[in-house]
Design a protein. Structure first.
Length: 121
């Protein structure tokens, strides 16, 4: 699940980077896309930083929702600027983030059970 999303994240960053190249300097959509690109890379690097599955799931869930919010903002900025290509990239990326958040949410029991078992060790 995480390796798949890591690959998705790299594709998302690549799609954003292509839009950065296409956008002019100092447009609101460009600044937002740049911020999201940096956040995506940081989020991927921070993932799985502990051996506590429950905490990792919680942090991952929060990260995915931060990414969803960022994509939502970018899509709206791009739409206001008439930049349909960047809006489409934001929509595509957001759909992947929403899917990852759903996968984490479907797996809460495994994360919490494993954390409890680890405390008993
Ligand atoms: Fe993500």
């Amino acid at each position: 699940m995480h390796q798949h999303h890591r690959t998705e994240t790299q594709r998302q960053e690549s799609r954003l980077h292509e839009r950065l190249e296409a956008l002019g300097a100092d447009t609101p959509a460009r600044k937002e896309a740049q911020t999201i690109g940096s956040a995506l890379l940081k989020g991927a690097a921070d993932r799985l930083r502990t051996d506590k599955p429950g905490k990792n799931a919680r942090d991952g869930y929060v990260t995915e929702h931060m990414e969803i919010a960022s994509c939502e903002l970018l899509e709206r900025l791009a739409n206001r600027a008439g930049d349909t290509e960047t809006a489409e990239v934001a929509r595509t990326n957001r759909a992947e983030e929403e899917e990852m958040a759903r996968k984490i949410a479907a797996d809460w029991d495994r994360g919490s059970r494993t954390s409890r078992q680890k405390r008993q060790e």
